[in-house]
Design a protein around this ligand. Structure first.
Ligand code: AMP
Length: 214
């Protein structure tokens, strides 16, 4: 099964796609995680992406598209994949369509997780991420059992440099201008499934499973 998880920063795409990946046994491909790994490794791509990411802007389409093309050609993607944070512009969606034609495959569902903006700001400003496995926690809504460490793998938790309030507002505005048009784009293709991203992680996951199995 090939899936796209669409939604603003903080909607829960990472958390839900990681769970879906465990359940459906297909990889989660997060362009944000891939770019952060490239930054940590100081690869040419990581160095090019750095200034865009710290200011909350999108990394240029050509860089992200070639990164994702390479990732989707890995053998673990043969049975399907969950795209988390890609595509984020109409240009990326068009590039993805071409890749799907070349590989003679298609998209099964595009799940849009929607959440009100004020809720997103609260979620993102308290978010903490595991350095090792990428799992997300929240200082008030979902604290880890041991302060500063991941419940899942024991890795160290950190605050992303783009989860500061001024950058958050910028990311949400970039989302509204550049990514939200994809909702209509996929609605017209009959692929869009909409889910309210509020409630517990388990509740949202149950709804998500029903939607992608239906
Ligand atoms: P995320 O972890 O998905 O919130 O992404 C973090 C940052 O990585 C974004 O604010 C962008 O700077 C960059 N990024 C991630 N995915 C993309 C994408 N598909 N296109 C452009 N930039 C991206």
């Amino acid at each position: 099964m090939n899936l796209i998880l669409l939604g603003p920063p903080g909607a829960g795409k990472g958390t839900q796609s990681r769970r879906l990946s465990d359940k459906l046994k297909i990889p989660q491909i997060s362009t944000g995680d891939l770019l952060r790994a490239a930054r940590t490794a100081k690869t040419p791509l990581g160095l090019q992406a750095e200034s865009y990411m710290t200011s909350g802007k999108l990394v240029p389409d050509d860089l992200v598209v070639s990164m994702i093309r390479e990732r989707m050609q890995q053998p673990d993607c043969r049975k399907g994949y969950i795209l988390d944070g890609f595509p984020r512009t109409v240009g990326q969606a068009e590039a993805l369509e071409k890749m799907l034609i070349v590989s003679q495959s298609g998209m099964d569902h595009v799940v849009n997780l929607f959440v009100a903006e004020e809720e997103l700001v609260k979620r993102l400003s308290g978010r903490r991420q595991c350095r090792k496995c990428g799992e997300n926690f929240h200082t008030s809504f979902l604290p880890s059992r041991k302060d500063g460490f991941c419940d899942r793998c024991g890795g160290e938790l950190f605050q992303r440099d783009d989860d500061r309030e001024e950058v958050i507002r910028n990311r949400l505005s970039v989302y509204g201008k550049q990514t939200a048009p994809l909702i209509e784009y996929y609605r017209k293709q009959g692929l869009l499934r909409e889910i309210r991203g509020v409630g517990t992680v388990d509740e949202i996951f149950e709804t998500m499973l029903k939607v992608v199995s239906g």
